[in-house]
Ligand binder design. Structure first.
Ligand code: ADP
Length: 257
């Protein structure tokens, strides 16, 4: 009995995120219908699907920005129950990048990056600033450290948002349509930053319609439809000979957008 349990333990994959039978309602609207998804550490998952299919709701549930009514979510070993116990710990481990950047407009780029480490993790100011500059260099905008978000382009603001999330030393990065609000010429600078993160082995869950990025970076693609996962597989399985009519329709529309 004990031996069986041990074997089972050691063969368990190292799960960064485990989502089991999660159900979420907004009032009467059943937004997530028994969604289950495992993300192993170091993996990149792209979540796509038509508008209103529940992608954003799902990713927001992973770091407790949305409550869910049924099911289990475990992020890096920390259970996030429907009652939201564990949410602070989960947010420390899971960095989030939003469509609309969500930077604090009244704080400089540097202060945006140091606020949470100082406040939540009690990192001393000098050390927080040193870390922030390291990540601003990584996203290639250290020279903007003293500026305010409003003085930056959308692409630069989103790279600050990525640096800000990285300053918390997260184990997982969550992206909710990070390029959707950007002018087309700025999309690649943000995608390139994300590709670099992926190459370094960061665990990533990205809601995006950027299918070039998905092809290049994703280990698996999850397709959501009407609040449920209707397909999950490798990019190759997703793009080639997919017998899921909704996926084929979606790819066709994206390609002709
Ligand atoms: P997606 O990210 O795939 O576009 P969402 O997760 O944003 O989809 O939304 C899924 C469904 O839940 C949609 O029908 C949307 O209208 C609804 N919804 C999202 N947020 C709310 C909310 N705060 N209140 C009520 N309904 C919502």
């Amino acid at each position: 009995m004990g031996l069986t349990a041990k074997i089972a333990d050691t063969s368990e994959p190292n799960l960064a995120v485990s989502i089991r039978d999660v159900n979420k309602w907004y009032g009467h609207h059943h937004a997530l219908k028994s969604v289950s998804l495992d993300v192993e550490a170091g993996r990149r998952v792209v979540v796509c699907g038509p508008s209103g299919s529940g992608k954003s709701t799902l990713i927001r549930c992973i770091n407790g920005l949305e409550e869910f009514q049924k099911g289990d979510i475990v992020v890096d070993g920390v259970p996030l129950r429907p009652d939201m116990k564990g949410v602070e710990k989960v947010r420390e481990n899971a960095g989030m990048v939003f469509q609309q950047f969500n930077l604090f407009p009244h704080l400089t780029v540097l202060d945006n990056c140091t606020l949470a480490p100082m406040l939540v993790k009690k990192v001393p100011k000098a050390a927080a600033q040193e870390t922030a500059m390291r990540f601003l260099e990584k996203v290639r905008i250290p020279e903007q450290a003293g500026k305010f978000p409003g003085q930056l382009s959308g692409g630069q603001q989103q790279r600050v948002a990525i640096a800000r999330a990285l300053c918390m030393m997260p184990k997982i990065m969550l992206f909710d349509e990070p390029t959707s609000a950007l002018d087309p010429e700025m999309v690649n600078e943000v995608l390139d930053t994300m590709i670099e993160l992926a190459r370094e082995g960061m665990t990533m869950v990205c809601v995006t319609h950027e299918m070039g990025f998905a092809r290049k970076v994703a280990d698996s693609i999850v397709f959501m439809d009407a609040g449920a996962i209707s397909f999950a597989g490798t990019p190759q399985q997703f793009f080639e000979n997919n017998d899921n009519a909704r996926v084929r329709d979606f790819i066709g529309k994206i390609n002709h957008a």
